[in-house]
Design a protein around this ligand. Sequence first.
Ligand code: ADP
Ligand code: MG
Length: 200
Amino acid sequence: MASGLRMIVGPMFSGKTTELLRVLRKYAIAGYSVVLVKPSTDARYAVNKVVSHDGLEMDALVVEPRFTGLAKVSKLLYEHNVVGIDEFQFFEYTPDLIKFILDLSNERLVIIAALNLDFRGEPWEVVKEILPYAEDVKVLRAVCTYIDEQRRKCGRPASRTQRLLDGRPAPYGSPRVMVGGRESYEARCRKHHIVPRDWE
Ligand code: ADP
Ligand code: MG
């Protein structure tokens, strides 16, 4: 059985969860034991399941989003051949968290899905710290859903996540973590990713 670290990154709606579930299912069908982990931060859809925006789902182990949360389930993780982690950006960055993932991926195949950037267009520290260690990085894009004044859709590949508050771009000072779905987020290209600066 292969070991190592694979990453799946992109904005919201780019298919990260779909891709993670696809790869995990493939290994499960081939007879490998698979476990999926998610941070307790993300309670969209279901608490102990990972669910994609299209409704694909798989049972998941919910952990506190920090090193101690993973350490508590360490034994269980090492009992599986393949470990998937969804929404990795929500884990708190500490060097011991990164070391935990690297030690695990020396012996098991670890597949991590994470947002590339936050709603401000800035990287998540924990993602920045783990990414260079991956043997394989899959960068996904969604479709930009910006509509201009003439009601024309953009439709370009989207690499950013736009947060909306009451239908308007959320300002830079809005909290970094705010779990939500279609009502508060849209996929956008660089040109149409708008972050009003509160102080301007
Ligand atoms: P992620 O985990 O990256 O947020 P999911 O795998 O849960 O993404 O969902 C991807 C699905 O989201 C797509 O298959 C599509 O049906 C849906 N979707 C909704 N909005 C968009 C968009 N703007 N661009 C692409 N797909 C979208
Ligand atoms: Mg997802």
